[in-house]
Design a binder for this molecule. Structure first.
Ligand SMILES: [Cu+2]
Length: 179
């Protein structure tokens, strides 16, 4: 009786282990390719979308396509909380920081959520693509989510904690893809 019991276990365990090995890489690849995405909301008639996708290399690609943005230079960042409920979008919190300093001009910087300024012409189109090697999926998908903010003014890349970029004129809640 005891010998039969061991035989059953020997058959079942390797099958279960094989199934896990086959399933894990497929899930990871699908997850990475779809990315986080969101439509922006704004009190200034700004519309459009943001996507953040981890590519096969592990580098994150941030794509922003907006219309109706005031002409000028604007700071844009990923913020630590996926919440645009406050009128001034303060609910999105500070930058996605991961313990780092703000700005590429500062020792210990930049924040993973820091992005280069976007220059917008008279047509109001803000269309940029950035590569980002600081972001991780764990950071993006933490329990309070991730926000995206367009500011009224340029980021100076050095003032703490957020580059003196003025008020928040558009906001988005980046949502993880559901499989
Ligand atoms: Cu910001």
């Amino acid at each position: 009786m005891i010998e039969k019991g061991y035989d059953m276990m020997n058959i079942k365990l390797p099958l279960a282990a094989t199934a896990l090995l086959l399933a894990t890489p497929a899930l990871a690849e699908t997850h990475g390719m779809e990315g986080f995405s969101a439509e922006v909301q704004s009190n200034e008639d700004i519309t459009g979308s943001v996507t953040v996708t981890e590519e096969t290399s592990g580098v994150f690609v941030v794509t922003v396509d907006l219309e109706g943005v005031p002409e000028g230079v604007h700071g844009i960042h990923l913020h630590e909380t996926g919440d645009c409920s406050a009128d001034d979008y303060s609910s999105a919190g500070g930058h996605l920081a991961d313990g780092r300093e703000h700005g590429v001009k500062v020792e210990g910087g930049p924040h993973p959520g820091d992005l280069p300024n976007a220059t917008v012409g008279a047509d109001g189109v803000l269309s940029v693509t950035h590569f980002n090697t600081f972001l991780t999926t764990e950071m993006m998908a933490d329990e309070d989510g991730t926000g995206f903010i367009v500011h009224s003014d340029p980021d100076d890349y050095e003032s703490q904690p957020s580059g003196d970029a003025g008020s928040r004129i558009a906001c988005a809640v980046l949502v993880e893809p559901q499989s």
